[in-house]
Design a protein around this ligand. Structure first.
Ligand SMILES: [Zn+2]
Length: 676
């Protein structure tokens, strides 16, 4: 069979690819990649950086290309057939990955190079690559004796089962709860659209009335708008007690098992705690630094949060004469207070943010900062007619990147917005092979009457994803595994979040925020209001984020051997960040899927960490002009183009001239004045 995926291709040949091509292409490419690995291990020459480490990094290129085409399609334009193929090939790919990390001969060659690293001359990028490759084995137990290796495999198998069970329990508890309302008065306060949704939900389950569940699209609006305080309480307690009912879906034992196994795993590999293990490959480096960081922010945010809490409680007392502010009152009165203070709604702003104008805006900003030009082309093969394709050039007309933009929802696309790539950048045999980057979003489509108009939140989303895209497009490295967004977890949101800052700046908005009918520029008083309202209750929001970070570190940064009471341990971890009266019925940990099921263990702090970085970086721009070419160039040379080739703190310092400082974030968030 002629298989376009097995021919060499530059741009993905979408129009030639049929679903039946994928499976055979994967099988063949895995075989080829295995052969490339065999070639490395059977090389009669002594191991060198080039013949082992570099060869490994460039092995499996075709497999990478096929995987990115396939999995990008599975996210943006999928169907049952593609999903079925994904089910079939995913285990093959993880098996191939495991075969590499467990390949003893390969590890011994890498170890030889690694142990001789002081005797060979390596550039910083090469040293990083060697380190990364070595650690991908050592962190999986390659240096352990056979008994310990066996124990590590047992722990890993047990952990993956426990994580799965944890998630299944949360889901079961989410689905087990329903609040069926039959009296319309109980929905007072909810916008019509939300009421309709609740009625539809009831109908879809063959019930009469209005159904509220613990799924976010149902839960959040109810907590925000429903005037019935008792029902809000019932719903909040149900939401807060998932996995905490002493029934078969209870997660308390699972948590204790997970943290103890993670601790044992870390010890086996030579780390004091799981957090030490995780943070070794993060910009924050150690649990001590994370705690120092969280505590520093806590000291600044707490007075503001306490003040906001008092204001909110007074507002609620005045409005409804409640006795004291409880957890289930927070979203409700916050929404009311916000409306009173800002009276800002999406409909007022949307006419100024026509999709085409916003895209042009972000292109113009990239041109002013980095000299990039975006030429739309019709000659690039695409997976859906709605996808737009651009060739990106720099000021000297060098080709920089391909850029795919896929903006609107379709049945085969998952929700949300993301950046991805069809090919990463690398340099091979002296040729700089440029990347192919894509942004995928779900913005409202235009109609015959109205163009696609974005909410302000969608505008910042577009800028955010485009910031990631710049990180991919401007990549300029040698080795593919260090290119573009292949950086430490707590560094990857810097390029995306920093670009969002331009959305609030007059000089930037002047480039694109024109009313789609009148052409009038967005009034600056509206922009000021957006800025102000974005800081609304920032102290409380910060405290909440910090509390999750503290809880995460409490579970993973200490010896958990003697913990027996999950709730008591959690209450202690929340001590310094608590604002609301304690509710014994609820437990955050038993449904904290981010850290017990997903990949965020010892990483929750990184949300705030990234904010500190982006605020500090933008402050540097702001001091020197938001379109200052010199600063932009420093950002490009030291951050955007460098990928993961060096320690991110070093890269950052080279851009900024200093380590990141939390003051810029505090200032932007309006948290400085409160303390003065
Ligand atoms: Zn992001």
């Amino acid at each position: 069979m002629n298989n376009p995926l097995l021919e060499p291709f530059n741009e993905a040949p979408f129009s030639k690819i049929k679903n039946e091509h994928f499976k055979p292409a994967f099988l063949q490419a895995i075989e080829d990649a295995k052969q490339e690995i065999d070639d490395i291990t059977s090389n009669p020459d002594a191991p060198t950086f080039e013949n082992t480490v570099v060869a490994l990094d460039f092995a499996g290129q075709q497999l990478d290309r096929i995987s990115s085409v396939f999995f990008n399609l599975n996210s943006a334009e999928t169907n049952e057939e593609i999903q079925k193929i994904a089910q079939e090939v995913s285990p093959l790919l993880s098996e191939f990955g495991n075969d590499i990390t467990l390949n003893e001969a390969l590890f011994q060659r890498i170890k030889t190079v690694y142990e001789n690293r002081d005797a060979i001359e390596l550039t910083p990028e090469q040293a990083t690559l060697l380190d990364k490759k070595y650690r991908s084995f050592s962190r999986n137990g390659a240096n352990l004796n056979d008994a310990d290796k066996k124990r590590l495999r047992e722990i890993d198998a047990e952990l993956s089962k426990l994580k799965l069970t944890f998630g299944e329990n949360v889901l079961a508890e989410t689905n087990a709860f329903e609040l069926l309302l039959t009296n319309e008065e109980d929905l007072n306060g909810l916008p019509e659209g939300e009421k309709e949704a609740a009625a539809h939900l009831a109908e879809s389950k063959g019930k009469e009335g209005w159904l509220i569940t613990l799924d976010y699209p149902s839960y959040i609006p109810f907590m925000k708008y429903a005037e019935n305080r008792e029902l809000r309480k019932e719903l909040a307690l149900a939401f807060g007690s998932k996995g905490f009912h002493n029934n078969k879906f209870d997660n308390q034992e699972n948590i204790l098992k997970i943290v103890k196994l993670r601790f044992e795993r870390a010890n086996l590999l030579g780390y004091p705690t799981h957090a030490h293990f995780v943070l070794e490959e993060r910009m924050a480096e150690t649990p001590e630094k994370v705690l120092e960081f969280l505590n520093e922010l806590l000291a600044k945010a707490k007075p503001a949060a306490e003040k906001e809490y008092v204001t909110l409680e007074e507002f609620a007392k005045e409005l409804d004469a409640i006795d004291r502010l409880e957890k289930w009152d927070s979203a409700f009165y916050s929404e009311k207070l916000k409306q009173k203070l800002f009276n800002l709604d999406d409909e007022k702003l949307k006419p100024y943010f026509k999709l085409e104008n916003v895209i042009n805006g972000v292109f113009k900003i990239s041109e002013k900062l980095y000299g990039l030009k975006f030429n739309e082309v019709q000659t690039i093969d695409k997976y859906h007619e709605e996808v737009k394709t651009f060739e990106v050039y720099d000021e000297q007309d060098n080709f920089i990147s391909l850029f795919y933009a896929d903006f609107h929802p379709r049945p085969g696309k998952r929700g949300g917005a993301w950046m991805t790539s069809f090919k990463s950048q690398y340099t091979l045999n002296g040729v700089n092979s440029r990347p192919q980057i894509s942004n995928v979003c779900n913005f409202t489509r235009s109609t015959s009457k109205k163009p696609s108009l974005l909410t302000f939140n969608e505008v910042t989303t577009l800028f955010h994803e485009f910031g990631h895209a710049l990180h991919g497009m401007l990549a300029n490295t040698t080795y593919p595994s260090l290119s573009g967004t292949s950086v430490y977890w707590d560094f990857v949101e810097l390029p995306s979040q920093v670009l969002e800052n331009w959305c609030y700046e007059k000089e930037a908005l002047e480039l694109f925020a024109f009313h789609y009918e009148t052409g009038e520029l967005i009034p600056m008083e509206l922009v000021d209001k957006i800025k102000e309202s974005s800081n609304f209750q920032e102290g409380m929001a910060t405290l909440r984020q910090l509390s999750f970070g503290f809880l995460d570190m409490a579970w993973h940064g200490t010896d958990p051997t003697n913990i027996s009471d999950v709730k008591a341990y959690e209450v202690k971890a929340f001590e310094s960040t608590n604002l609301f009266p304690e509710t014994p019925e609820t437990c955050m940990s038993t449904a904290f899927s981010h850290i017990f099921q997903g990949g965020y263990s010892s990483g929750y702090y990184s949300y705030k960490w990234a904010e500190v970085l982006d605020a500090d970086a933008f402050h540097y721009f702001k001091e020197n002009g938001i379109f200052n070419r010199e600063i932009a160039n420093k950002f490009k040379e030291n951050v955007l183009s460098k990928g993961g080739t060096e320690n991110p703190m070093e890269l950052y310092k080279r851009f900024r001239g200093a380590e990141p400082n939390i003051d810029a974030l505090l200032e932007r968030a309006g948290l400085l004045e409160v303390n003065e």
